[in-house]
Design a protein around this ligand. Structure first.
Ligand code: GTP
Ligand code: MG
Length: 225
């Protein structure tokens, strides 16, 4: 059961940051973005990179299935009890922004059964450029787009691109095949986001999810400081 958190929209204040015993609860990071941009692949890579030093759990959101959770289970990125699926049954943004009760219940159950945790990653189902997480559900959000979706995506804006705490442009290894101009994407993203950070990743390269993992480590250090 969740414990009386706000279920309001994006303007709501962050969920209570301490556990009943007064210690800092796990940092909750949401990962959103269009269908197929690499959200689950990023979650899997983050788990592999961070699991030795951090206690991690994951919540996935799919509309009709538990496909993403099943993928993470098959890949054994975490012990099975640390991966929970939420079947939204509706547009993904509904479950992460408008009625966050099922997701809150999932994160709180993970804390209760596998905690104390350092980090909970919440993957949204793939949606359009308008989907963002309620601040009552996550403390920070990553918006993941990919170069194959078109190099005009950063220019098109939308709250994910303009306001996410980190914008990830994934699949840079495909840029030359689909004619995407990475420099232009970087310039457009800078124009939309000002000082907010942007990471370019290719999960098939040696560097992989490194820039995102570095950003998570910095957020976590600030969270626990
Ligand atoms: N070439 C390449 N493929 C990638 C990269 N990242 C992810 N993929 C592939 O892209 C496909 C979609 O990745 P997912 O992680 O399932 O994407 P998703 O955003 O979770 O998709 P939904 O949850 O359905 O919205 C998979 O086949 C991945 O292997 C990358 O950096 N480069
Ligand atoms: Mg996914």
């Amino acid at each position: 059961m969740h414990l009386g958190h706000s279920h309001d929209g994006p303007a709501a204040v962050s969920a209570d940051a301490t556990r009943p015993d007064g210690t800092r609860r796990a940092l909750r990071i949401g990962l959103g973005g269009p269908v197929g941009s690499g959200k689950t692949a990023t979650v899997a890579a983050l788990c592999r990179e961070l699991r030795d030093r951090l206690s991690i759990a994951v919540v996935t959101n799919d509309i009709y299935t538990q496909e993403d959770a099943d993928f993470l289970l098959r890949q054994a990125v975490l012990p099975p009890e640390r991966i929970q699926a939420v079947e939204t049954g509706a547009c993904p943004h509904t479950a992460i922004r408008d009625d966050i009760s099922a997701n809150l219940e999932a994160v709180e159950e993970l804390e209760e059964t596998t905690g104390p945790l350092d980090l909970i990653l919440v993957e949204s189902g793939g949606d359009n450029l308008t989907a963002t997480f309620s601040k009552g559900l996550v403390d920070a959000q990553i918006f993941i787009i990919d170069v194959a979706g078109g190099d005009d995506i950063p220019r098109k804006g939308g709250p994910g691109v303009t306001t996410a705490d980190l914008l990830v442009v994934n699949k840079t290894d495909l840029a030359s095949y689909v004619g995407s101009d990475l420099e232009r994407m970087a310039l457009d993203a800078k124009k939309q986001r000002g000082e907010l950070p942007v990471a370019f990743t290719s999960l098939t390269s040696a560097e992989g999810v490194g820039p995102v993992a570095d950003w998570v480590r910095v957020r976590l250090a600030a969270w626990t400081a």
